[in-house]
Design a protein. Structure first.
Length: 160
């Protein structure tokens, strides 16, 4: 079942890099008492994700914070080392938290898995964005296959 507006995010644990080492970050860590802009991509270093999706959120970070967003996070079914390298490559710094959902547990829990086996990618996350306040989904924007419109940073800015 796909998560919907009004639902509480399921508890999950992501991997992030802290002080050069993999560390856990939970949904509660990200959302408790906070407004989170979360977006998901099918894969780090992939064309649309690297050219438009992640850079859009980096560029919009200050404007999103001015509209009350406490944190911006990017999640992908990649390992923590790949997500860390991609964040460095894209120079996101502290603007975007790079969340590794290495086994796809979060993607499955929110019902937003896609089959990328035709591209040699296996099970991945669909492309989407959501605004989450204190763990509750307030906006959810799931892309149609092959599209990049409603999960973009500028679209989310219009929802804040």
């Amino acid at each position: 079942m796909t998560i919907k507006v009004g639902d509480k995010l399921p508890e999950a644990t992501f991997k992030v890099m802290k002080e050069g080492k993999p560390a856990d970050m939970t949904v509660a860590d990200l959302t408790s008492g906070k407004k989170l802009a979360l977006f998901a991509v099918p894969g780090a270093f992939t064309p649309t994700c690297s050219a438009r999706h992640l850079p859009g959120y980096k560029e919009a970070a200050a404007e999103m914070r001015a509209k009350g967003v406490n944190a911006i996070a990017c999640v992908s079914v990649n390992d923590v080392f790949v997500m860390n390298a991609w964040g460095k490559d894209q120079q996101v710094g502290d603007d975007v938290i790079m969340l590794a959902d290495g086994n796809g547990a979060f993607a499955k829990a929110v019902g937003l898995v896609m089959d990328g086996s035709g591209f040699g990618m296996g099970s991945r996350s669909q492309r989407y964005s959501m605004v989450v306040e204190d763990g509750v989904v307030k906006q959810l924007n799931v892309e149609a296959p092959g599209e990049f419109k409603v999960s973009a940073a500028d679209y989310m800015l219009g929802q804040l």
